[in-house]
Design a protein around this ligand. Structure first.
Ligand code: NIG
Ligand code: FE
Length: 436
C-alpha cells in the first residue's frame, strides 16, 4: 500500500495471479477455526469461480469475466479444468531422520511387534543412534528431497518434529536443521520439540536415571529451545511403556511455562489417559488416538482440542484398529489428518493417500477428509487464521490437481494428481503436466 495515496503501487499488479478455468474450487471457506460436527461435511466447493491473489494473499473469488476485466494486469494461471484446493497441511511429521528402517517392516511381518522391536534397542533407538552420528548439514541434505516429495503431493505447510536426538546437542542440531530447511524448501515449516520421544538407552536401568533425563528435558532442553526460538510446539510420546501420564504432564507444563504450544502423542497403541491429559493441559492437538477411551473423546470435545488422526501409521504397522473418527466427529471433536511421516511407522510422503485412508479406513466423507487435511490441519498448528482455506485474506497457499471432481482426490488410491502448488503465491511445485 502506498501511504500517500492509500492505493496499491503500480508494480503490485505484476504480483497479481488470476487462477482461471478450474472445474472446481474447494474453498473450505468459513470461520478461521477448527471445524467440528456437521461443519466438517461442507468443503465449500464452487464451480465457475476464479481466484485472485496478490502479494502472496488471496484477494478475491469471483467470476472469471469480472476478475479479468478488473485485473487486466494479473498473470493468468490456467487451471486446465482441474480442481484447485487449499495447499494441504501436514500437521504431524518426524521428517528429520537419517537412514530408513526397512528391516523392521520384515520383522513385524514375522510377528515381532513395534514395542518389542524398541525393547530390543531398535525402533526409535535405531534412529537415535543414526541421527547422533550425523552432521546438521547431512540432516538438511537428507530432508530436502523428502520434503520436496511431500510438496509434490500438494502439501504447502508441514509440521516437523525433533525427537531422534535425545541429548541437548542432538535435539538442537535437529531443530536447527528444520530452521535451515525453511530457507531450502518452498514450504511453511512449523518446528516441534519432541525431546520426550523416548527414554534414551543411556538413561535406563533405574528410576533415578530415567528421572535425570526428564530433568534434562524440563530444566535444560525446553528453556534452551524456547530461548533460541527453535520450536513453536512441544510434544511427548505418552504411551504405556514410553512416558507415563504424570511424566508427560510435567514435561508439557514446563513447555507451556516456557511459551511453547502443546501437542501430544496420545493413546496410540493402548488407552492410557493420554487424550484426557492433552485436554487437561490445553494442548492444541492430541495425535494418533487409535486406542482412545470414551472418556478421552469427551475430554477432547470439551476442551476443543484437535484430534489429529494418522491412519497410514496403523496400516503400515499392519494393525486393523483405527482411531474412532466418526465417534470423535459425532462428539464434536475437530478431526485433522496427517501423514506421521517417519522412518519407523509411516514412511509415506503421499498426502492424498491420507485422504483415501480417511474415507476408506476412518469412514469420513470426501468433504470431511478434505477439511481434515486443510482447515483442521491448520488449526492443529494454531494457523487457522493464516492458511487452510481459499478465502480473501488467507495466505495464497494453493494446490492444483489433475482431476475433475474433488471426490477423485481420495479415490485415486496411491496416485498423486497434484500438478502445481503455490505457497504465499509463489510456485513451489512444477506446473508443467497436462491435465488428463
Ligand atoms: O508417531 N509414536 C511415536 N513416534 C512415531 C514413530 C517413530 C518411530 O518409530 O521412529 C509415530 O508413530
Ligand atoms: Fe508421530
Amino acid at each position: 500500500m502506498d501511504p500517500s495515496t492509500g492505493r496499491a503501487p503500480a508494480h503490485a499488479a505484476a504480483h497479481e495471479l488470476l487462477f482461471v478455468n478450474a472445474r472446481q474450487v474447494v474453498t473450505c471457506a468459513g470461520p478461521a477455526r477448527a471445524r467440528r460436527g456437521a461443519e466438517m461435511g461442507d468443503a465449500g466447493i464452487l464451480e465457475g469461480t476464479a481466484v485472485l491473489t496478490a502479494g502472496g494473499v488471496i484477494r478475491a473469488l469471483g467470476s472469471e469475466r469480472d476478475l479479468i476485466a478488473a485485473h487486466h494486469g494479473a498473470a493468468i494461471i490456467d487451471c486446465r479444468g482441474g480442481v484447485l484446493t487449499p495447499g494441504f497441511v501436514d500437521s504431524h511429521t518426524h521428517a528429520i531422520f537419517g537412514r530408513p528402517r526397512y528391516e523392521e517392516q520384515e520383522l513385524r511381518a514375522a510377528g515381532v511387534g513395534y514395542m518389542e522391536i524398541a525393547r530390543r534397542g531398535g525402533g526409535i533407538h535405531a534412529s537415535v543412534r543414526d541421527l547422533r552420528s550425523r552432521s546438521e548439514d547431512d540432516l538438511v541434505a537428507l530432508a530436502i528431497p523428502r520434503l520436496r516429495r511431500l510438496a509434490a503431493s500438494g502439501v504447502t505447510t508441514v509440521e516437523v518434529k525433533s525427537g531422534y536426538g535425545l541429548t541437548l546437542d542432538d535435539e538442537l542440531k535437529a531443530l536447527r536443521a528444520i530452521r535451515r530447511l525453511a530457507a531450502e524448501v518452498p514450504l511453511r515449516l512449523i518446528p516441534t520439540f519432541l525431546g520426550a520421544h523416548e527414554v534414551p538407552l543411556e538413561h535406563r536401568g533405574s528410576s533415578a536415571r530415567r528421572d535425570e533425563y526428564i530433568r534434562l528435558v524440563v530444566e535444560e532442553m525446553i528453556p534452551r529451545v524456547a530461548h533460541d526460538g527453535l520450536a513453536r510446539f512441544a510434544d511427548v510420546f505418552c504411551e504405556p511403556g514410553v512416558y507415563t501420564v504424570s511424566e508427560s504432564r510435567k514435561i508439557l507444563a514446563a513447555a507451556r511455562a516456557n511459551g511453547l504450544l502443546l501437542k501430544l502423542h496420545a493413546d496410540e497403541l493402548e488407552a492410557g489417559g493420554g487424550a484426557e491429559l492433552a485436554a487437561e493441559m490445553g494442548a492444541t492437538s492430541a495425535d494418533h488416538l487409535a486406542a482412545i477411551s470414551e472418556r478421552g473423546v469427551e475430554s477432547l470435545a470439551h476442551a476443543g482440542t484437535v484430534a489429529t488422526l494418522l491412519p497410514a501409521t496403523m496400516i503400515f504397522l499392519g494393525k486393523t484398529r483405527q482411531a474412532p473418527a466418526r465417534a470423535l466427529i459425532d462428539a464434536g471433536v475437530p478431526v485433522a489428518l496427517a501423514t506421521d511421516f517417519n522412518p519407523g511407522t509411516s514412511p509415506t510422503v503421499n498426502f492424498p493417500l491420507l485422504l483415501t485412508l480417511g474415507v476408506s479406513q476412518l469412514h469420513l466423507s470426501a468433504a470431511e477428509a478434505l477439511i481434515a487435511g486443510t482447515v483442521n490441519g491448520a488449526a492443529a498448528l494454531a494457523l487457522a487464521g493464516e492458511t487452510g482455506q481459499i478465502a480473501p485474506g488467507f495466505s495464497a497457499d494453493l494446490a492444483l490437481h489433475a482431476v475433475e471432481d474433488a471426490r477423485e482426490l481420495p479415490y485415486w488410491f496411491g496416485d498423486r494428481r497434484c500438478i502445481g502448488s503455490w505457497i504465499r503465491g509463489k510456485a513451489c511445485h512444477p506446473y508443467d503436466l497436462p491435465v488428463s
